[in-house]
Write a protein that binds this ligand. Structure first.
Ligand SMILES: [Zn+2]
Length: 417
């Protein structure tokens, strides 16, 4: 890259003005943001984004999935665009930084490059994906764009079909449109996303940048222990086939196993439903919801196998039956090594303290990981708080992240002449 290119920096003041203006849309009294996908506030944010894109003199587009784009055309006619993106929607009563930071940084990168007079060798596209947070269907926009969304995924929206349908029509979208307009993977040159960490690692270690190695894979299992209902007063404890006792013991041993053998993974026992679920009846059945996360397939499989083995063993010892169903299977998404290397070089050149780390949370980037070179940048979240009005990142960290996004996008798309 030429010296001039490597010295380009974003316009901090404009970036901040935009951040503050967006934060006012759906602002909550507690200092957070409430912009669930397809809500009035989300529509407000989308209208605001469109207006900013057009004011910047960039081309605006919105696809049949509701993804909004700003396009900066480069030198090469018809070349696939390189995407920079994230999401403007939030969880209910969420924070101001999650998603919004990445979209605003992407827009700022395009504006900065446009003003620099440099004409990139590919088209650059800043994108706001529809419903990343899953108000209706998680990662809807990015999965639809990359051809990963099926009619099955649209079948059970989180707030029911009616709410989803009315949201879609507010935006002029249809199910058929969403399912029928994915892009040809060959027409995507790459994907980069800036996001807050949403954890405390960077802040605790005094580091400014996280370079994501992989987004964890997730397995969601439903374990149903089936014993026998008995009188809880007259049946001796040792003669019971107590589904509740096995489920509780299994849960405790699950955590022990992870703390001992899988310190690189996380699990969650999210729910246990007892049947019949009353004081005086020994539980006849317990359904336990178990989530497993790991950053590679071998680790996810090893964790799964260890816990399933444990469950079967404990059920057998207690003479309780066990049914296991797989409720969800999301593969780990590995970030591209060339992109990671470019991020490292740009962070080093800027003198930024960085670390390579996996992402425990899902992001739009995971939709792209298997179809184009994909990378992610994290900046510190104060105290690791996210999905909360208390979510906060220091502004200098936001600026550092946006400049790293800019420099890495330039590095990855620059063709020396
Ligand atoms: Zn997010």
């Amino acid at each position: 890259m030429t010296h001039t290119l490597s010295s380009i920096r974003i316009n901090e003041q404009r970036f901040k003005t935009n951040f503050e203006a967006l934060s006012r849309i759906g602002a909550t009294d507690a200092g957070g943001a409430h912009r669930p996908a397809l809500s009035a506030a989300d529509l407000g944010a989308r209208a605001w984004f469109r207006e900013r894109v057009e004011a910047a003199g960039l081309e605006y587009a919105c696809d049949a999935e509701g993804n909004q784009s700003a396009l900066l055309r480069g030198d090469c006619e018809g070349a696939p665009p390189f995407l920079l993106g994230s999401h403007l929607d939030t969880v209910p009563d969420g924070g101001r930084f999650d998603g919004a930071l990445g979209v605003l940084a992407a827009l700022e990168v395009l504006q900065t490059i446009k003003e620099s007079g440099y004409s990139p060798s590919v088209n650059l596209e800043a994108i706001n994906f529809t419903d990343e947070e899953g108000t209706h269907v998680g990662l809807l926009g990015s999965r639809a764009l990359t051809g990963k969304l099926t009619s099955l995924d649209l079948g059970g929206p989180n707030q029911g079909v009616e709410v989803f349908e009315s949201g879609l029509s507010r935006l002029g979208l249809t199910r058929d449109g969403i399912l029928g307009s994915s892009r040809d993977p060959k027409m995507i040159a790459g994907y980069l996303e800036l996001h807050i960490e949403q954890g405390s690692t960077l802040a605790e270690c005094g580091e400014e940048i996280g370079i994501v190695t992989a987004i964890v894979g997730i397995l969601r299992l439903r374990l149903r222990f089936i014993g026998r209902a008995d009188h809880a007063g007259t049946t001796p404890v040792q003669r019971r086939r107590d589904a509740g006792r096995v489920a509780c013991t299994f849960a405790a041993h699950t955590w022990e196993t992870v703390l001992r053998d899988f310190t690189d993974c996380v699990i969650n026992v999210g729910n246990m439903r007892f049947e019949p679920g009353i004081f005086n009846v020994v539980p006849a059945a317990v359904t336990l919801d178990l989530e497993l996360r790991a950053s590679s397939n071998p680790r996810l499989t090893a964790l799964h196998d260890a816990l399933v083995h444990l469950a079967r063993q404990e059920a057998k010892e207690a003479e309780v039956e066990l049914e296991i169903t797989l409720a969800e299977d999301i593969a780990p998404a590995t970030m591209d090594l060339t992109v990671q290397q470019a991020l490292i070089e740009c962070a080093q050149a800027a003198g930024q303290k960085y670390r390579s780390m996996p992402s425990g949370a899902g992001h739009d980037a995971q939709s792209f990981a298997d179809i184009c070179p994909t990378g992610m940048i994290f900046i510190p979240s104060v105290a690791g708080v996210s999905h909360s009005p208390k979510e906060f990142s220091h502004w200098q960290d936001c600026v550092n992240g946006a400049n790293l996004l800019l420099q890495t996008a330039l590095k990855l798309t620059h063709v020396p002449t």
